[in-house]
Design a protein around this ligand. Structure first.
Ligand SMILES: CCCCCCCCCC/C=C\CCCCC/C=C/C(=O)SCCNC(=O)CCNC(=O)[C@H](O)C(C)(C)COP(=O)(O)OP(=O)(O)OC[C@H]1O[C@@H](n2cnc3c(N)ncnc32)[C@H](O)[C@@H]1OP(=O)(O)O
Ligand SMILES: Cc1cc2nc3c(=O)[nH]c(=O)nc-3n(C[C@H](O)[C@H](O)[C@H](O)COP(=O)(O)OP(=O)(O)OC[C@H]3O[C@@H](n4cnc5c(N)ncnc54)[C@H](O)[C@@H]3O)c2cc1C
Length: 661
């Protein structure tokens, strides 16, 4: 990239960077070799001619766009397969996916949840049967759980799988409209198999929801099998190429062994054998929630790169009347909008790496029959997925707004990035619903703390707070982390006390819970923020990096801490010993941090190492040819391929002529 002829502002910005950008790239990737491998892989993908679009996707019809996405998905699959064989390298398909599809792949659910569910929920025999076929795309699948009537409350799903011991089959039925599956990615026209989550019935008795692997289309003709009603749900805010679909069954029979039986089992005679923990059926969702935290880091880095580079190139208005127009990046308000995006991406990445380790540890435990840490993992993944996805959505939107009018152009790519980022707030567990799951855990932990029990590490601050809730405020990163824990503990206590208050007033527990649920949700958010702050600060101070880089990483981590303290200063005034003077000191610190980060802003986004093909943005490319690219892209509009459009003769001229009469 170094030889590209760049906008002079970007050249100046890069020259003043105080740290080695390559060092940070390697740190993010996990080593110099990992960067080399990643770049080689991305170079290979983006030099495949067939993966490049002749016409910008935006001008295609819904149908053409889908077909083009499938075309590219199949080519990408082949290229990746060959690449993996040749180099024994497992690539991050999500990064290149943004470049290839601009939106998302119609195979997203195949890779993200279908294969994962076979691994997580299938017995070794079932895995042996379906996994090789799924991994090499002999069969293509999705994860069909949500229905028209129920997405959040999965115990309420209506699709039925009734066991028939005579034929040793399950009979699938969707008797009501609300029971139709609705949303699964790829279901519309792409997949021939699904994981269907359905209510199991044996001899008229319900045994809760279970996962079934179901073939829905003929492998040769792709026609829906008899008894299957399937289609696409139509355009959405984003995710246009994900091919989300609907599905219903009428007396559709599948063999007994198509119920994924790693946890619970149905024997030939219809005996139901309970699993170790019925919630293990929800395992794929836990895994994907962890992954979404990492995805938030990637999405945030896309938006930050576009908006920061654009802000370095764009000049508008003056700070001093007699001086030239300044780069908009010099406005401190602009830095306030953008630097939190850079900082958040690093925080999400560090927390994702921490959460992934916990996830893998719990999976190892479960394999040995130990489930003690599962509730903590579920609670932590829920609140982090909820808060990171919402933060990422807000940060991306702020980056879009920070690009003024040009941020509204599709060619900036910010609208598209926003579309797939905010989808994560809802899918894989709606944010409020997940925060309330964590609140259940926090309330239990609080009760345990009151009883003097030892708490799990992520909530042990509740016991510390009970022992001493009067800790002196300290304006240091460690002091701020403690402060976040105080806020979280104070909010958990307040929510718990509110529940007790309503119970004393005669409410039953469930109503008291609902009445206190705004406080419970806020307590859960505060708990999440305290984890984000503690983990990310801890990761940064343990990082081995050169002094220059470490200094910058600490500045970003501190910016995150101070930003959120100031954003939630009301909570700090209520629940910690912070004073008004401390808040004034933090405001000053925040301004110092913005100024310290300013010279490194472009270097920091360069270090996300997002190729132009992945950014796919007129505003964010490495060379900063913003206005040239905006014009080049505008000229690709079909309306610019003719000097007079037919609508002139058809409508405008008659209108003007009528006006003359
Ligand atoms: C750095 C760069 C890295 C880049 C990485 C990129 C990675 C990208 C990753 C993305 C990968 C793939 C993308 C896939 C795209 C996905 C597209 C979307 C798919 C979907 O949306 S699929 C459908 C998802 N649906 C949901 O999430 C539904 C949400 N609802 C639920 O989960 C449940 O209904 C519920 C949890 C809200 C409630 O369940 P319920 O049975 O009613 O339980 P409760 O009665 O409330 O609680 C009972 C107790 O059970 C505990 N519990 C609940 N869930 C779990 C669980 N999963 N595990 C363990 N325990 C659980 C709960 O805590 C209760 O315990 P308690 O009684 O309190 O002790
Ligand atoms: C882009 C996209 C892709 C998706 N892909 C898939 C897929 O591949 N497979 C699949 O199975 N599903 C998929 N989904 C569905 C997704 O998982 C659900 O939409 C999601 O879980 C939310 O459920 P819901 O739509 O029923 O929302 P609802 O639960 O109806 O939410 C509506 C409102 O009700 C509130 N609410 C609901 N329950 C409670 C409660 N207990 N307490 C307080 N408030 C509550 C919510 O907070 C929210 O404000 C996808 C969704 C989207 C948007």
């Amino acid at each position: 990239m170094a030889n590209v002829k760049c906008n002079p502002d970007l050249v100046r910005e890069r020259a003043k960077c105080s740290f080695d950008v390559n060092e940070l790239i390697h740190l993010i990737d996990g080593g110099e070799n990992a960067t080399k491998e990643k770049r080689h892989f991305e170079e290979t993908i983006f030099s495949v001619k067939e993966l490049q679009d002749a016409v910008p996707e935006e001008y295609l019809s819904h149908k053409d766009r889908y077909e083009n996405a499938v075309r590219k998905a199949t080519i990408l699959r082949d290229v990746c397969r060959e690449y993996m064989k040749k180099y024994n390298y497992k690539p991050n398909r999500f990064r290149v996916g943004h470049g290839v599809f601009k939106d998302v792949s119609p195979f997203l659910l195949h890779d993200g949840m279908f294969v994962a569910t076979i691994i997580g929920q299938g017995t070794p025999e079932q895995q042996a049967e379906w996994l090789p076929k799924a991994e090499n795309m002999q069969i293509i699948g999705t994860y069909a759980q949500t229905e028209l009537g129920h997405g959040s409350f999965i115990r309420g799903l209506e699709t039925r799988a009734t066991y028939d011991p005579k034929t040793e089959e399950f009979i699938l039925n969707n008797a009501t409209l609300s029971s139709f599956k609705w949303w699964p990615g790829g279901l519309g026209s792409t997949v021939n198999h699904c994981i269907v989550v359905a209510q199991l019935f044996i001899n008229g008795k319900s045994y809760g929801i279970q996962p079934f692997i179901v073939q829905i289309r003929d492998l040769n003709t792709h026609k829906p099998l008899p008894g299957v009603k399937v289609g696409e749900i139509g355009p959405k805010m984003g995710f246009q190429t994900a091919n989300n679909g609907f599905l219903g069954f009428e007396n559709f029979r599948i063999p007994r062994m198509n119920m994924l039986m790693k946890n619970a089992q149905v024997l030939k005679d219809g005996t139901f054998v309970k699993g170790m923990n019925e919630k293990l059926t929800y395992g794929t969702m836990v895994m994907v929630r962890v992954g979404i935290v990492g995805d938030c880091s990637l999405n945030t880095s896309l938006a930050a790169t576009i908006a920061v580079r654009y802000s370095a190139v764009r000049h508008q208005s003056k700070i001093k009347a007699k001086e030239p127009e300044v780069q908009i990046l010099d406005y401190v308000t602009q830095q306030h909008k953008l630097f939190i995006a850079i900082a958040s991406s690093h925080v999400f990445r560090n927390v994702y790496s921490w959460l992934s380790k916990s996830y893998l540890n719990v999976m190892k435990d479960l394999a040995q029959g130990k489930q003690d840490h599962l509730p903590e993992l579920h609670a932590t993944a829920c609140c982090l997925k909820a808060v990171c996805s919402r933060d990422a959505g807000s940060v991306v939107e702020e980056c879009r707004l920070a690009c003024g009018g040009h941020g509204y152009m599709t060619s900036s790519n910010l609208p598209l990035v926003y579309g797939f980022t905010i989808a994560t707030v809802t899918y894989e567990g709606e944010q409020t619903v997940l925060l309330l799951q964590t609140a259940r855990y926090l309330v239990k932990a609080w009760l345990a703390a009151l009883q003097g029990k030892v708490l799990a590490p992520s909530v042990s601050y509740l016991s510390d707070w009970l022992k001493n809730d009067n800790v002196r405020w300290q304006n240091t990163p460690e002091g701020i982390v403690k402060g976040f824990q105080h806020v979280a503990a104070g909010k958990v206590k307040a929510a718990y006390d509110t529940i007790q208050k309503y119970i004393k007033l005669g409410k039953d527990y469930e109503d008291a819970w609902n009445l206190a649920s705004v406080q419970l949700m806020k307590a859960s958010e505060a708990h999440s923020r305290s984890i984000l702050c503690e983990v990310s600060w801890g990761e940064v101070i343990r990082t081995s990096a050169s002094p220059n880089l470490l200094q910058v990483l600490k500045q970003l981590a501190q910016l995150y801490l101070v930003y959120w303290t100031l954003e939630t200063s009301g909570d700090f005034l209520v629940y910690s010993n912070i004073s008004k003077d401390d808040i004034a000191i933090l405001r000053e610190k925040y301004e110092e941090l913005l100024a310290a980060i300013r010279p490194n802003a472009v270097g920091l986004v360069d270090a996300f190492d997002l190729r132009d093909e992945i950014l796919h943005s007129t505003l964010g490319s490495y060379d900063g040819r913003v206005y040239e690219r905006l014009m080049e892209e505008a000229l690709k509009s079909p309306l610019n391929q003719e000097s007079v459009n037919a609508s002139f003769h058809k409508y405008l001229k008659p209108l003007m002529e009528k006006a003359k009469l």
